[in-house]
Ligand binder design. Structure first.
Ligand SMILES: Nc1ncnc2c1ncn2[C@@H]1O[C@H](COP(=O)(O)OP(=O)(O)OP(=O)(O)O)[C@@H](O)[C@H]1O
Ligand SMILES: [Mg+2]
Length: 213
């Protein structure tokens, strides 16, 4: 792997919750446009590690980090790093679908609006292309006006679409399929295999079957 192929470099990353050290000297390269899997038993800090990548641990009191996560020549962990820009470039899909209490359309359009689409009527295009990219158009394309909370299945698709809508470079998936049935799990695994052509993907998973693409 050459330097150019590396999207994120973790260098001697350490993290403490209070006095308890959770991450110990993590050094690894996350290659561009590939799927990097983070695999391990429960409680082994997989979520802790990927939360560092888009600064989600900032929200945790008494959490201290040393070392570097280099992205675009900058250290994500720097105190004065641009957290808004980092979270735009590095999106996340969580284990439990967490749509906001608004319509499916507004869930997907929310990020693009926050990040600069000023005209309220303009997100249609980005909503549509994001639904296509997330392979969600057939399933939810006709239901954009209903509340995302009223959708029983498919909420994880909305969350993935919402993440894609802000056009990130990197997508972090933290066990995205753990609450899904086998068919929805297969769909999201297939989707992740496809997304690597356009995005750098990091996935926390217990599934070792490892679909090769
Ligand atoms: N906010 C927090 N404050 C204190 N300790 C925490 C916090 N979050 C996680 N931990 C601790 O850090 C360790 C790793 O947790 P983490 O959630 O990163 O593991 P995980 O590998 O993602 O586990 P799982 O497979 O169950 O999701 C655990 O011992 C957990 O109790
Ligand atoms: Mg976890």
């Amino acid at each position: 792997m050459t330097k150019e192929d590396i999207q994120i470099e973790s260098r001697d990353l350490n993290l403490w919750y209070g006095d308890a050290q959770a991450l110990k000297s993590i050094s690894m390269d996350i290659p561009e446009n590939k799927v990097t899997a983070v695999i391990g038993p429960s409680g082994r800090c997989k979520s802790t590690f990927i939360r560092c990548i888009n600064r989600m641990n900032d929200l945790i009191k008494d959490c201290r980090i040393t070392g570097e996560l280099l992205f675009g020549g900058r250290n994500i962990c720097d105190r004065d790093a641009d957290v808004v820009a980092i979270r735009k470039s590095i999106g996340v899909v969580f284990q439990k679908p967490n749509p906001s209490p608004m319509s499916i359309y507004d869930n997907i359009a929310y990020g693009p609006r926050v990040h600069g689409i000023r005209d309220k009527h303009k997100p249609d295009k980005v909503v549509e292309t994001s639904l296509v990219a997330a392979r969600a158009l057939d399933e939810v394309g006709g239901k954009l006006d209903i509340s995302a909370l009223d959708l029983s299945g498919g909420q994880q698709q909305i969350c993935t679409t919402r993440t894609l809508a802000v056009k990130p470079e990197v997508i972090l998936f933290d066990e995205p399929a753990s609450a899904l049935d086998p068919i929805s799990t297969a769909k999201i695994e297939d989707l992740i295999g496809e997304l690597k052509h356009d995005y750098t993907t990091v996935i926390v998973t217990h599934n070792m079957r490892g679909r090769q693409r």
